[in-house]
Write a new protein. Structure first.
Length: 217
């Protein structure tokens, strides 16, 4: 299957926990928001209703973009891995108060490049919200320990995942890209691990959900 066909056929959805965490990080004030990997626009539609924000979306799937176009203020269909100078001038003319990069970085060959590109789009004190799956989630560690490393159509071992993130590798990439962490609200789905997970997120977080900001020069 070609890369483009994979994303055309892939289903898009967002869990309640991830949605609530992103909304909490964005805050309630009206802002310009860029949702990178917007899918069918479900999250952006909620953001617009919550605080009347202007929401732009980017996605690589034409089918998803067509669906999102009915929900968001503006939607662009292209691969964010292309050089920044080829991005839409309409996007480059706006300064965004919030940028969402949810379940996207693990699908890119060079995820740090995207973090570099969006610096050109940020308003002062912009909030960047990043979510990625944790490949070292404890259940995954057990599977690997017993010799199981099987790809799936979704989840931690999604076939579209090019990069696998641990808590350490995510922190290193964010730091090397010129950003700092200002908040975390990881997803700890296993009962009884929430408090322990705050000490050991690399073991108990199924999904890392963080808010970062660009370092001041």
């Amino acid at each position: 299957m070609e890369n483009k066909d994979y994303y055309e056929k892939k289903g898009y959805g967002i869990s309640r926990y991830r949605k609530d965490a992103i909304l909490e990080f964005l805050g309630r004030e009206k802002k310009n928001v860029l949702d990178i990997g917007c899918g069918g626009g479900q999250l952006g539609e909620i953001i617009k209703k919550e605080n009347s924000s202007t929401v732009f979306g980017i996605d690589v799937s034409e089918a998803a973009c067509q669906e999102a176009a009915a929900k968001l203020d503006r939607v662009f269909c292209f691969d964010v891995q292309m050089p920044f100078e080829k991005w839409s001038d309409e996007i480059k003319e706006i300064r965004f108060d919030g940028v969402i990069i949810s379940e996207v970085l693990e699908h890119l060959f060079y995820p740090e490049n995207l973090l570099g590109k969006i610096k050109n789009l940020l308003a002062p004190s912009a909030k960047i919200i990043v979510t990625v799956p944790n490949v070292l989630f404890w259940k995954n560690r057990l599977k690997i320990f017993f010799g199981k490393f099987d790809y799936a159509s979704e989840g931690l071992m999604d076939r579209g995942h090019i990069h696998f993130f641990s808590w350490a590798s995510l922190r290193e990439m964010v730091k090397e890209s010129g950003y700092s962490f200002v908040g975390a609200c990881h997803h700890f789905p296993t009962r009884g691990t929430k408090w322990l997970g705050k000490l050991l997120p690399g073991l108990f977080a199924y999904q890392f959900i963080v808010k970062i900001r660009e370092n001041e020069n």
